[in-house]
Structures are given as C-alpha cells and as structure tokens.
Design a protein around this ligand. Structure first.
Ligand code: PLP
Length: 384
C-alpha cells in the first residue's frame, strides 16, 4: 500500500490520518486546473460546481442518503454545532430538554455546555456496566419536552460502537418529535453503516479522519428537518453553510471516500488481526490493563500502563519512533472524561494510552509499540 514515507510507526489514526494519494491528487487538480469559484457563471465556475456536486453524490451514496440532504462544512466540529444550535434555533417549540452522553467528543459536549448556560435542561447519560448504552436509557430519558438527542456512533477514545440504530428507534417510539443527531466521525465510512437504515435527523462526518485533508466536514440533514444557519452570507450550501465552497478539500474528501470504501471490508479484517496481535502483545506485559470495553471497533484500543503517566510514556514511545495518543488528542493532556465516565480510577486514567490503526498500519508497528512499552517500563521511573 502506498505510504507517505514516514519511517516512524504512526498509531494515532483516530486523531488524524495522512492524506491518501488519490485525495492529494484531487486536491491539487482542484487548486490548479479547476480553480474557479463554483458560483461563477462561466465554464471554470461550472466545472468547480460540478466537482462539488459529484463529491456530494459520492458522499451521499457512501452514507446512504439523498445528495440534496448533504451539506459541506469546514469540520465535524462545525457540523455538530450547526446540527445542535441550528436545529434548536429553528424548532423552539419542541422543548428545552436536550440529551447526550457523558462520553461524547468536545465538539458535542461544548455546544451542550453552552446551551446549559443559555437555559436548556441538559442531560448527560452515563454508560451502563458494559461501558456502552442501552436503547432503554434513552427511552427513559426522553420526554415530551425533549427537543434533541445527540449520540456518537463510535467513541473516539475507547472505540465502543454504540447501538445508535436501536437508540433512534427507541427515541422515536417515545417522542417522534425529538430530533436525533449522530456524531459519526469515528465510524462513518470505516464501518458498514447506512443513514437509510438508521434514519437519524442529523449526522456529522469529518474528512481528516478518512485520509482527506483537515478542514472539511459534512452534515446530513434529513429532508423536512428545519435547521437555522449559524453564519449568514452568500447562500452557498443552500444557506446552511454560506461561504465559498472549499472545492479542493471537498474534491479530496470524495476521492478519499472512493479510495477507502472498496477496501472497507478488507481493512476491517486487517484491523481485527492487528488488534488480536496487539492484545497478545499487551497480555505479555503484566503492567498493562486494557480499558476499551469488549466488542468495540478493531481500530481503536485504549489501555493503561501501571505507574507511568500517559505523557511520559507517550514521549518515551515517540523517542522510539512510535506515535500514540494519551486519551483524546483534543483533550491535550487533561484527564479523560470518557475514562472517568467508565468508572476508571485516577491512577488508571492518568496512565492511559490510545492506539488507533489505519490503512498503513503493519504488524511491525505493533511489535515496535510493545518493545517500546517494555523498554519504557524498565527505564522510566514509576509513580507507584
Ligand atoms: N467528533 C468526534 C467523535 C471526533 O473524534 C472528532 C475529532 O477528533 C470530532 C468530532 C471533531 O472533528 P473535526 O476535527 O473535523 O472538527
């Protein structure tokens, strides 16, 4: 498989991915050759507009939705913000209660914290004893004043795949007027998943978790669901996200999807084999305990290394040419709210590392990681 030449072992694909060759090429073409403004009326503009339309078709087909329901944004953070603030602003009569989970990404928890300040009754559901969520938890929490629920498809820190299809059905049974948003950033395109089957009202995805450059996302809005824009301007993306479309990034996102999807099945089984190898290696190290609940996605694994703080081990591994993350990249060293919600002790959470696989991960990367952990354990000073 083509690779960008990095000789180190990159094991942090959930933070971001390298850009695949197909996406880089599509991006370059859209910057050089097809550089027109999609709103311009002459040929160059129409060509740029065609690129955006084709990209929308590609993403819509991959996600299982109508292309008219898909809007390009600048990131999944922006998609989440438009979904949450925009749907509440457009539907003030639905009520003032909004529900999410304690384990969401900051791009959902942030908007919820802000809405709490603005007077919304916010509910943060705790995971059950298995570390996942049951549909009944949402059924019980939703009432006739619940305007919105937001739940992620796959947890970015521990890899749990939540039963969003069942959750959506349960919420619809309890209150068909409640809007349902799915943050699908860590699962969309990588797992078999279809908007048509799951039937959410709103769904967010991000380009840079899928081998496209940073700075492009998309938001699905189910036909008929009202969403107010957060920005006002030239009316692009039907006014949902005005601002000249980033044709190069959008073209790259679609190229990455076209590159990844045919490999999805094969990659998933590769990740399963790699995770099996990782578990075997970790089991041989008595100081290591796995934090990811059983049955998660095979490409995200979280574990703790007894007595060695995450950042210390992270930098030690870096010195051995292995890149991993301490919990979530966005948390930048703060104690993980996800591990906390899963009931892990401070000592476990403070020593947690996240390893995430991608298209270029090889068995040797795992061997290097395991060797690095052993070396770290024998040379670093332990805290307990
Ligand atoms: N949601 C989840 C679950 C994520 O993992 C991330 C990124 O880590 C985001 C949202 C934010 O995506 P973006 O970087 O495109 O804003």
């Amino acid at each position: 498989m083509e690779w960008n030449g990095l000789t180190e072992s990159y094991l942090d694909y959930s933070a971001t991915t390298p850009v695949c060759a197909a996406a880089a090429e599509a991006c370059l073409d859209a910057m050089n050759r097809d550089f027109g403004n999609p709103s311009s009326l002459y040929r160059l503009g129409m060509e740029a507009e065609n690129i955006v339309s084709a990209a929308r078709r590609t993403l819509a087909k991959a996600l299982g939705c109508e292309e008219q329901s898909l809007f390009f944004t600048g990131s999944a953070t922006e998609s989440n913000n438009i979904a949450i603030f925009g749907s509440l602003a457009a539907n003030p009569r639905k009520g003032k209660r909004i529900i999410t989970t304690m384990v969401e990404h900051a791009a959902v928890l942030g908007p919820f914290a802000e809405l709490q300040k603005r007077g919304y009754e916010t509910v943060f559901l705790a995971p059950d004893e298995t570390g996942s969520y049951r549909a009944e938890q949402f059924f019980d929490a939703v009432d006739d004043r619940t305007a919105l629920i937001s739940v992620m498809l796959v947890n970015n820190e521990v890899g749990t795949r939540y039963p969003v299809e069942e959750i959506i059905r349960a919420v619809r049974r309890k209150n068909p007027d409640t809007l349902i948003h799915i943050d699908a950033v860590q699962g969309a395109f990588k797992l078999p998943f279809s908007i048509r089957t799951a039937a959410p009202d709103l769904l967010s995805v991000s380009g840079h978790k899928l081998y496209a450059p940073k700075g492009v996302g998309a938001l699905y809005i189910r036909k008929g669901v009202k969403v107010s824009p957060l920005l006002f301007g030239g009316g692009q993306e039907k006014g949902i996200r005005p601002g000249t479309e980033s044709v190069p990034l959008i073209a790259a996102f679609a190229a990455a999807v076209n590159w990844y999807l045919p490999q999805q099945k094969e990659l998933l089984s590769r990740f399963e084999a790699l995770q099996g190898e990782l578990f075997r290696r970790l089991e041989e190290i008595p100081e290591v305990s796995v934090n990811s609940p059983a049955g998660g996605v095979p490409y995200i694994t979280n574990f703790s290394v007894k007595g060695i703080r995450s950042e210390i081990m992270l930098h030690f591994l870096e010195s051995r040419g292995v890149f991993v993350s301490s919990g979530s990249a966005c948390a930048k060293g703060a104690k993980s709210h996800v591990l906390d919600a899963l009931g892990l002790s401070d000592a476990r959470a403070d020593t947690a590392l996240r390893v995430s696989f991608g298209a270029y991960t090889e068995r040797e990367d795992i061997a290097r990681l395991a060797d690095g952990l052993r070396e770290g354990l024998s040379s670093l000073i332990r805290t307990n």
